[in-house]
Write a protein that binds this ligand. Structure first.
Ligand code: ATP
Ligand code: MG
Length: 390
């Protein structure tokens, strides 16, 4: 039995004139995501995109799993394709959905008839197919309000499609339809979640990670790459820069008052990231900060980090509790990697008593102790290592 995948767009339907270009972008993103699985054809029809493969042995489980992580898709279904003949349709429904109908207690049939020349109208298709299914599965009952399985029969121009329950899509907007932004990625729980949340709004991601060897290990860097790989299953390719940060951190430690170590480090991270972001055609920065989580994330400290850059800084976790952030990190499968205990550069040289209400003047004065800072920043940007994460 021939099987295809049907894609229902998410917010795309709302976008009026932009809709076509959004759909084209979505199709492009899906093509990239399926490229190494085999050859697929994509056909747009009303608010559905049909994905078909001529190759018999294609792994549709894998394809559906990958597509469930592509932003811009509200729902997807695997469907069987059959002749537009009611006898074929009803027998195909029973054999294609046999396992799911066995497992269900209740069901209903929904019919959509876009081919108005088909001799049966939708209510009649539902009634007849429902009756046939009941005659084959004696344990089943009809429940039109809250059925375990909805059997959908779509009679289209060339063929009929039959599918069971839809798989929930990743939602959001197709990656790349909202511009580009650079995420400051640590090995923690929050920044991968922040990256995922902004990518969900259609933003294409770059990433910047600061590494301070030998204070931070190679394993810490590998952990960050692993996190990005997991985010990339949703966002698509992430061009990543690993910035050598040791010299700058040592200078902060040697020259600045201890209570300002973290805030100055955070400011310099923002400056370096903005420079890299500009070179990558990005229009914004993203961090995983959340108000009050640590001393550098009070609103006073955030004000001192914000003002060093001109780009807007998006902090999608800003109003979330740790528990809420963790629940998203579990959903996107980054949590287990995030909790591996490797030191981040943020946790080396941490002050014993960080200022939670820093005054900008004091911070600027403390930072000015590093006389050759501009040069160190340029060096860090120049020596950043580029890695493409797919
Ligand atoms: P996370 O779980 O994301 O590490 P956190 O609560 O541990 O967050 P901090 O360590 O203070 O917070 O970092 C705040 C934000 O600064 C991070 O969310 C991230 O965006 C950025 N950041 C921290 N460390 C690094 C790093 N080594 N490289 C790049 N960005 C970083
Ligand atoms: Mg961190």
């Amino acid at each position: 039995m021939k099987e295809i995948i049907l894609i229902k767009n998410g917010e795309l339907a709302l976008k009026g004139l932009n809709r076509n270009s959004f759909e084209d972008k979505l199709i492009k993103n899906m093509k990239i995501r399926l490229a190494d699985l085999g050859k697929f054809t994509f056909t747009k029809s009303q608010s559905t995109i049909m994905i078909d493969s001529e190759d018999e042995d294609i792994d549709l489980d894998d394809a559906a799993d990958r597509l469930s992580k592509v932003f811009g898709i509200a729902a997807l279904s695997r469907a069987c394709v059959c002749e537009k003949d009611f006898d074929c349709i009803k027998t195909a429904a029973v054999s294609y959905l046999e396992e799911q109908l066995e497992d269900a207690r209740t069901f209903k049939v929904e019919a959509k008839r876009s081919d108005k020349k088909f001799p049966m109208k939708s209510p009649e298709i539902c009634r007849e197919a429902g009756g046939y299914i009941l005659s084959k599965f004696h344990h089943l009952k009809v429940d039109v309000h809250n059925p375990d399985i909805i059997v959908t029969i779509e009679v289209r121009e060339q063929y009929a499609f039959i599918h069971g329950n839809r798989i929930k899509g990743a939602g959001g907007m197709p990656t790349g339809t909202s511009g580009r932004a650079a995420v400051l990625i640590s090995g923690g729980i929050d920044s991968p979640v922040a990256a995922y949340m902004m990518a969900k709004r259609g933003i294409e991601l770059c990433a910047v990670h600061f590494a301070s060897p030998p204070y931070t290990s190679e394993l810490a860097e590998m952990k960050v790459m692993e996190l990005l790989k997991r985010v990339a299953k949703y966002s698509g390719t992430i061009t990543t820069y690993v910035v050598p940060f040791t010299k700058i951190q040592e200078q902060i430690r040697n020259l600045c008052p201890e209570e300002y170590f973290t805030i100055i480090m955070r400011r310099i991270m923002m400056i370096v990231s903005e420079k890299i972001a500009q070179g990558q055609n990005c229009s914004a920065l993203i961090t995983g900060e959340s108000v009050g989580q640590v001393a550098s994330q009070t609103i006073y400290a955030l004000a001192c980090t914000d003002c060093v850059v001109n780009m807007p800084v998006f902090r999608p976790c800003i109003g979330m509790d740790k528990e809420e952030i963790i629940s998203i990190s579990r959903k996107i499968d980054t949590f287990e990697t995030s909790i591996q205990p490797y030191e981040d550069c943020c946790t080396v040289f941490t002050p014993r008593h960080p200022k939670t209400r820093p005054h900008l003047d004091d911070v600027v004065r403390a930072q000015s102790k590093i006389e050759d800072l501009d040069q160190l920043i340029d060096e860090a940007v120049k020596n950043a290592k580029k890695v493409i994460i797919k």
